[in-house]
Design a protein around this ligand. Structure first.
Ligand code: ADP
Ligand code: MG
Length: 346
């Protein structure tokens, strides 16, 4: 019935606003997993358990042993544009947490049945709130310190979107990849992933190279060259650490390319290009280098608020960043077996 005839302009209801926003933030189960894991990481958790049913479509449950949420804040946690992570424009420009938009839980709760349970160290027991309970009643329950979010029946109330989901196995695969991505950036956190009642991945608290072995495989890890370089001083400082693969370890797909900026996994054209360019002389044909790289810089030098899922970033001085990465990697590839004189020793 929608025509181009004049229609009155109406404010959208809060529910509809959230459902529209959810299209950007939670397009599939793995996006929910990403948001919940990021919240657990931001809460300082050292152990995170992820339980999925039917590829996450039926159920996604994430529990952590982080700082928890005070009972009087539980309702706010589910409210749009409510966050504990930033309070001002200055905070936004210097953001060091993975989240800051205050949108994820509200968006998820608008397209699924959400139960949020949490206990801080001050509370004698946990409290629970249900996302779709209009009276927002808090219920006391048993539970250890930390937070557990249970997401049931994703998109049950938005069938058009549910139709776009792929098979259970495909959705599970995307979820497992999100867990790997985050686990590769936080070797100090223990992760357990379960699918349909079976443990499918378990990462112990480790150092980076152990975690790299666990997730990417021992054989793969043996073809990696360490990267540990830095340039500049103080607020100009750039550092690049991690591993790059020997040209012989290159692949026919870009599926083993992990790049992190200040601990956040990103897919960025500038960064991909800089690495690719460094490999130009040693990689032939349609081969893709493998790498696991961590770039660190002053948070104010990178804008992470350009994409709702924050997978794209924008650098203030992109040329300098490109040069630094290109030169760092070229140098290592040029003489892979020699010790690096530029090593910072950190
Ligand atoms: P954002 O992460 O952008 O702040 P979210 O909607 O993801 O927005 O979460 C809203 C708020 O709920 C967070 O700012 C945080 O205070 C709280 N929160 C969510 N998940 C957790 C968690 N696992 N542990 C502790 N606090 C949490
Ligand atoms: Mg969040």
């Amino acid at each position: 019935p929608v025509s181009s005839q004049t229609r009155t302009i109406q404010l959208l209801s809060d529910t509809l606003i959230s459902q529209i926003a959810a299209g950007e933030v939670v397009e599939r189960p793995s996006a929910v997993v990403k948001e919940l894991l990021e919240n657990a990481v931001d809460a300082g958790a050292t152990q995170i358990d992820i339980r999925l049913e039917n590829g996450g479509i039926k159920r996604i449950a994430v529990s952590d042993n982080g700082c928890g949420i005070a009972p009087d804040q539980l309702q706010l946690a589910l409210t749009r544009h409510a966050t504990s992570k930033i309070a001002s424009l200055n905070d936004l420009e210097n953001v060091s947490t993975l989240g800051f938009r205050g949108e994820a839980l509200a968006s998820i709760a608008s397209v699924a049945e959400v139960t949020l349970q949490s206990r801080t160290s001050e509370q004698p027991h946990a409290w629970q709130i249900r996302g779709n309970d209009p009276s927002k009643t808090l219920t006391p329950c048993s539970g250890v310190k930390g937070t557990a979010v249970d997401v049931h029946e994703l998109y049950a109330n938005t069938p058009a979107r549910r139709k776009f989901l792929k098979s259970e196995q495909t959705e599970y695969g995307h979820c497992a990849e999100i867990v790997r991505r985050i686990a590769l950036a936080r070797p100090g956190i223990r992760f357990t992933l379960m699918h349909n009642g079976k443990v499918t991945a378990q990462y112990q608290a480790d150092n980076l190279s152990q975690r790299c072995n666990q997730i990417l495989g021992e054989a793969f890890s043996q073809s990696l060259l360490p990267v540990d370089l830095a340039a500049g001083e103080d607020s100009d400082r750039l550092s690049l650490t991690g591993f790059i693969g020997l040209p012989t370890a290159s692949r026919t797909r870009g599926d083993m390319q992990y790049f992190y900026v200040n601990g956040r996994f990103v897919r960025d054209r500038l960064l991909t290009h800089a690495v690719r360019a460094a490999y130009e002389d040693v990689l032939h044909g349609n081969r893709y280098p493998v790498y696991l790289l961590y770039l660190k810089l002053e948070p104010s030098r990178v804008d992470v608020n350009v994409h709702p899922a924050k997978i794209e970033v924008r650098f203030r001085d992109s040329r300098a960043i490109h040069q630094f990465i290109y030169h760092s990697i070229s140098r290592i590839l040029a003489r892979p077996m020699e010790p690096e004189p530029e090593t910072t020793g950190e």
